[in-house]
Unconditional design. Structure first.
Lengths: 475, 161
């Protein structure tokens, strides 16, 4: 049977990018759609030979999108490797910085990347289906969205030191105490930020109610779910054990992150450079799982802050307490986490120890190996180092958030393509839905290089002889 | 804000070889002014001289739109890949939103479009980009891009600063 192939590909020669290929039959039906990633795999080698205390400064260079997550994961790994647990104040300050990153990243994603699709519509003219169109449609909301992201950035700036090559977190603690002025500056805007996030929640819930059909057919599928949790299985983004739950929401495993290799393995497919992590005991693909906001909220029983927990209970009721499988609910989960992060900022700042001066533990009991895990905005991030006695890093293994969701993103692309593309004419709105399936996971594909001329997108329609039938190019 | 003030907005990753071209341009200008070249890693805005400010970051972000809107002239500085023929290219920019299909990528024209939408005006703006040849993990520039950095500095001094 003659087939045609549609490829959506950001043209780049720099690692870390992805493309979508949609193979179509002659009848114009989708045979299969794939999400391929050209992952950068050289960074681990780049780190080898460096000193472990340098890693919190070196690893943020992986990515300009979530440098704080790498900075803190590296410091946490260093704590374990050097046998130097940080004082309580340092742990509070690191978590505070992390909440800043969650707020700014989630805020930007909902209001500036996902918002235009939801508020203006998947099929809206692409010329206005963007943040500028959003500003024109609702300037007040857009200004609030900018303010929310800026607030997260401000927390990072007040707590940390440098935006680029940070030296704030180090093995054993942090290098800078928080001033009472900074604490008060951050606290004074809490209520406003909660109100902005609640406005976002209202927008999403209103949209979901009006677009029930889309929500219920847009990339809905079963997986397992993985994330950090508190000892009582509450939402945890900075530290805790890892909980893996099944399709029915029941716990499969709960384990210390240092033992992750006993539970997680990675599968290789010949159509993607990015590996596919899975739960070892179930094998691949039965053991694939999702991370990030939707994955995390499916692993927990409650949230320890009141407003976020109230919203979580509403969220959880959508599927009668069972895991939420709808990809579009990533957006809802992301906003609930934003609410949690803002409330958590207040909890941290109200703790008297946050202004403490005991911020660095200089005693060491060298272990030589450690795993640091943190919930980055887009999912669970693993840093694993083996270090020589002189402090030189011998081996590095990183499992990044986007990697855990690799299978889910490809499944989402396939599902959306099959659901919405029902004929040979692939119009922009359909293509946008395929992209939205990826965007919902908020993958980090842009690496940290952004040279001009790098990011146009091409959609190619080819027949089974490889002949180009149609090309759509976006600048 | 002084009349006819100028913002040089450089972005790229200084640890990815030629992607850090803008940082190297700023480092040269700051050394010449006897200032700490790494000050752009800490401060949001670094005053280089009267009426000339610098901002450097890994990437453009939407919240910079408000800052950009406060200037009369803005020059965005970046590296470019082989997709662009010229080794050094100075182009004027208009506010226009550029769609980013998957990522958090944000273009200078989009920044201007957001600035205009938020404040009702956008500064006069240009994109100065120079060809990058290697984007591996390296703080050094390739020899050719290093030469182009010096040419870009001359252009900025002669035409804008």
């Amino acid at each position: 049977m003659a087939t045609q192939k549609i490829t959506i590909e950001p043209v780049t020669r720099i690692e870390g990018h992805a493309k979508v290929t949609i193979n179509m039959t002659e009848e114009g039906k989708v045979e299969h759609a794939y999400f391929h990633v050209n992952e950068f795999r050289g960074f681990e080698k780049f780190c080898e030979g460096r000193m472990v205390f340098e890693m919190p400064s070196i690893t943020p260079r992986i990515c300009g999108i979530c440098p704080v997550s790498h900075h803190l994961a590296a410091a946490k790994t260093g704590d374990i490797v050097m046998g130097s647990p940080p004082p309580r104040t340092a742990t509070l300050l690191r978590e505070l910085m992390h909440m800043g990153q969650i707020i700014q990243s989630h805020g930007m994603h909902f209001f500036e990347l996902a918002g235009p699709d939801l508020i203006l519509g998947f099929d809206a003219d692409p010329a206005i289906r963007n943040v500028v169109g959003l500003i024109q449609a609702d300037a007040d909301l857009a200004l609030k969205a900018v303010a929310l992201r800026k607030y997260g950035q401000e927390i990072i700036a007040q707590v940390g030191d440098r935006r680029i090559h940070p030296t704030f977190a180090v093995p054993g603690g942090v290098n800078k105490a928080l001033s009472s002025q900074s604490r008060d500056d951050i606290l004074k805007n809490i209520d406003e930020m909660i109100a902005i996030t609640q406005a976002g929640l209202s927008i999403f819930k209103d949209w979901a109610a009006k677009n029930k059909e889309d929500v219920e057919k847009f990339a809905v599928f079963k997986t397992r779910y993985l994330g950090l949790v508190t000892p009582a299985n509450g939402l945890e983004l900075y530290q805790g054990d890892i909980r893996l739950v099944g399709q029915d929401g029941k716990q499969l495993e709960k384990f210390d992150s240092n033992n992750y290799l006993d539970y997680i393995a990675e599968h290789v497919e010949d159509w993607s450079y990015l590996k596919f992590p899975y739960y070892k005991q179930m094998g691949y693909p039965d053991g694939v799982y999702r991370v990030g906001p939707l994955g995390r909220l499916n692993t927990i029983d409650h949230i320890d802050t009141p407003l976020a927990n109230q919203e979580f209970m509403t969220y959880r009721a959508i599927n009668d307490g069972k895991p939420i499988e709808n990809t579009l609910y990533y957006h809802y989960a992301r906003l609930i986490e934003t609410l949690f992060a803002i409330e958590r900022v207040k909890v941290l700042l109200d703790d008297p120890d946050i202004l403490g001066k005991d911020i660095l533990n200089t005693r060491q009991n060298f272990k030589g190996e450690g795993v640091g895990v943190i919930e980055a905005p887009r999912g669970t991030l693993f840093h694993h180092y083996k270090v020589k006695e002189n402090g030189q890093v011998e081996k590095v293994n990183l499992i990044v958030s986007t990697g855990h969701n690799n299978w889910a993103m490809s499944e989402a692309v396939d599902s959306v393509a099959k659901t919405y593309i029902t004929g040979p004419e692939v119009h922009e709105g359909l293509l946008n839905r395929v992209e939205a399936a990826i965007r919902a996971h908020d993958p980090c594909l842009s690496c940290s290089t952004h040279a001009v001329g790098q990011m146009p997108m091409i959609i190619e329609v080819r027949d089974n002889d490889g002949k180009l039938i149609k090309e759509i190019k976006r600048d | 804000m002084k009349e006819n003030n100028l913002l040089l907005f450089g972005y790229g990753n200084p640890d990815r070889g030629d992607d850090g071209a803008a940082f190297h341009i700023f480092a040269h200008l700051l050394r010449k002014a006897q200032m700490d070249e790494e000050s752009v890693f800490s401060a949001d805005v670094v005053p280089l001289s009267i009426g000339v400010d610098l901002i450097f970051n890994f990437q453009l972000l939407p919240e910079y739109a408000e800052i950009v809107a406060g200037y009369d002239r803005v020059i965005f500085i970046d590296a470019h890949t082989a997709e662009i023929e010229e080794e050094m290219k100075l182009q004027s920019l208009e506010p226009e939103f550029k769609h980013s299909p998957f990522t958090h990528h944000f273009s200078p024209s989009s920044c201007l479009a957001v600035a205009e939408s938020l404040t009702g005006k956008a500064p006069k703006a240009w994109l100065l980009s120079i060809r990058g040849y290697q984007f591996g993990f390296d703080r050094e520039l390739s020899p050719r891009t290093s030469d182009l950095v010096h040419e870009a500095i001359q252009l900025l001094i002669e035409q804008f600063i």
